[in-house]
Design a protein around this ligand. Structure first.
Ligand SMILES: [Zn+2]
Length: 339
């Protein structure tokens, strides 16, 4: 039995939960797959602001084994995505019945227990049924697609706009693919040849190294105009100043990702470009849209290497979390939970 609880910074223990009763509006889900993420790694390192103790694991899928009498649209045996975010219940929006616009959603692993465990009992509204055409591995990418969709929605750019995506790792690659699906023109910037290859591999036309030629390359790709928006993926570890440098005047810079990593943005360049900045740190409210995009094959995840771990001890989990936070090549490491 598995239930991997982070008791404190870098203190992970397997402490199986006792059988939980299932209320009328709740479901019991057998967790099947959990994607190791840099978010979990940040929580593990103590930087993520987790309210210990919390079970880790933000991105997971499973199968419903029990559904209360008051659950609608969710039945026993259904494959589901476990929602990685929930409304906070405390903000103005939540208190005035507009939970869908919650301004600070609670996040799995930090604010409520995550999913690296055998069973989850939760409200039926905290799971999203998965269509047959969306495989488990694809479903684990839902939050990354939802984050990209949220950014696309907020940018409100017309088709053909040039958007720089700084960081071509997992989240950045998916971001670029979603923008491309919406007929924007992504320009992926990364120092890793592997990440640039992966971008090309899924049909991204412009992908450049963050080197001395970058400025000229961007000018060429934008007919000298520079970019209509620039998205910095927070786990990319690339120079955040690139975000402003590739941007045309009066445009939007975006900080997007799952892990809140500390870095500095050059304020003077930001002011000189008259740029505005917004942040997107989760895909709250966009899960259904994201699943729909996956149904329509808007995102090709075949470019990512996959590794599945079926047996793991604290050391294996520690090593995996270390790998996902340092390797930027876009590999998916998945924990498979078997009874
Ligand atoms: Zn709220």
């Amino acid at each position: 039995m598995d239930n991997w609880i982070l008791k404190n910074t870098a203190m992970l223990v397997n402490d199986p939960v006792k059988e939980q009763p299932v209320a009328a509006d709740e479901v019991k889900v057998k967790v099947t797959y959990v994607l190791a993420s840099n978010y979990d790694a940040v929580l593990y390192s103590g930087d993520g602001g987790a309210k210990y103790p919390k079970t880790i694991g933000r991105f997971a899928v499973g199968r419903v084994t029990e559904a209360g009498a008051g659950c609608y649209g969710v039945e026993r045996n259904m494959r589901v995505l476990l929602q990685p975010t929930r409304s906070c219940g405390n903000c103005l929006e939540c208190k005035t019945g507009k939970e869908e616009y919650c301004s600070s959603p609670a996040i799995a692993g930090r604010d409520f227990d995550g999913f690296l465990r055998d069973f989850v009992v939760c409200k039926y509204t905290d799971v999203a049924p998965l269509p047959d055409s969306v495989g488990d591995t694809e479903a684990l990418c839902t939050e990354a697609v939802a984050l990209a969709e949220k950014v696309y929605d907020r940018l409100e750019l017309p088709a053909g706009s040039r958007v720089a995506v700084i960081g071509g790792n997992f989240a950045g690659n998916i971001m670029a693919q979603v923008l491309q699906y919406h007929k924007l023109i992504p320009i992926v910037i990364d120092n890793s040849p592997v990440a640039l290859d992966k971008a090309r591999g899924c049909g991204i036309y412009y992908s450049f190294a963050a080197d001395d030629d970058l400025h000229e390359n961007i000018k060429e790709a934008t007919s000298g105009m520079l970019c209509d928006a620039a998205i910095y993926t927070t786990c990319s570890r690339l120079d955040p100043a690139l975000t402003i440098r590739v941007l045309s005047e009066g445009k939007q810079a975006v900080l997007a990702g799952f892990a809140p990593i500390s870095f500095n943005i050059p304020a003077r360049e930001l002011c000189e470009k008259n740029a505005s900045v917004f942040c997107a740190m989760n895909g709250y409210g966009y899960t259904d849209t994201a699943i729909n995009l996956l149904v329509h094959k808007a995102v090709d995840i075949s470019v990512f290497e996959k590794e599945t771990l079926t047996e793991f001890d604290p050391n294996a989990i520690y090593k995996t979390l270390g790998d996902v936070s340092t390797v930027r090549s876009g590999k998916m490491t998945i924990f498979k939970l078997i009874i």
